[in-house]
Design a protein around this ligand. Sequence first.
Ligand code: PRT
Ligand code: ZN
Length: 287
Amino acid sequence: MGQAKLKLAIQKSGRLHDDSMRLLKECGIDVTNGVNKLKSEASNFPLEVFFLRDDDIPQYVEDAVADIGFVGENVVYEKKKKIDVTEKLGFGKCRLSIAVSKGENYTGPGFLNNKRIATSYPVLVEDFLKANNVKAEIHEISGSVEIAPGIGLAEAICDLVSSGSTLFMNGLHEVETILQSQAVLIKNQQLGEEQQAILNKLLFRIQAVKKAKNTKYVLLNAPNEKLEEIISLLPGMKSPTVLPLAEKGWSSVHSVLSESEFWDIIEKLKAAGAQGILVVPIEKMII
Ligand code: PRT
Ligand code: ZN
């Protein structure tokens, strides 16, 4: 009997492919990605990777062809398959938004009454319309949704937006966000015990990588008479490390800061007399 393996489905090519492969690599999992390969086995982790179209991933996971998948929440919630969403992965961030021509005076969802909306997300748009008591006609199209108003096919569109430049270039403006989306890990609802154990190991690594991405390691020099004040500014994982410097009256202080509090705290540290502040990335973080 062979060793149990976890089967993971990721996007074959497209916006999520590279980040999915990078995440595996950051988790210390080596997967070769041959051109036109359907699947590949990790050399140092019990994982088999299937390369598929993103739209098909929820179905494959529901059917247990794959145990887990990396896919956008937009696809997960549009497809409404029987799968569980287990972990947000922090990449592939975008939003699903309604947009209308720049000249239109949009006053709220009621504007959409009796209008035509072009989209590749009919299910999510229908949910939005129902929740807002609006009756509109949904035109499902599979690509280049943003040109629909320009060619007279629809008065509004609903599509994914990240920078907003596609909408801008097509003379459209965003009026409602109906979903914030990022890549997530989905899993089959009847995962076997062995597969669940492998998934737990993978999740442990993913969480360590995600935590590290949001955190920085900070080293600074502090005059001893200011040490107490400087230490009180640092949250740290437990308490900061303090080491004496060769120069008398000075210490080196090491600590860990989250990305969000970073700028605020750095300014306060400087004001309190800290010098030679070094901020370095953390590769993995296990707490
Ligand atoms: O072949 P396959 O079916 O696998 O790929 P696909 O063509 O369906 O999907 P792909 O590779 O375009 O996108 C995969 C996933 O990436 C999506 O399901 C989202 O979860 C995520 N994602 C993140 C995006 C975007 N950002 C995004 N900006 N998907 C699409 N876009 C498109 C959008 O549709 C629009 O055309 O980019 C354009 C808008 O971008 P901005 O920057 O101009 O606003
Ligand atoms: Zn797709």
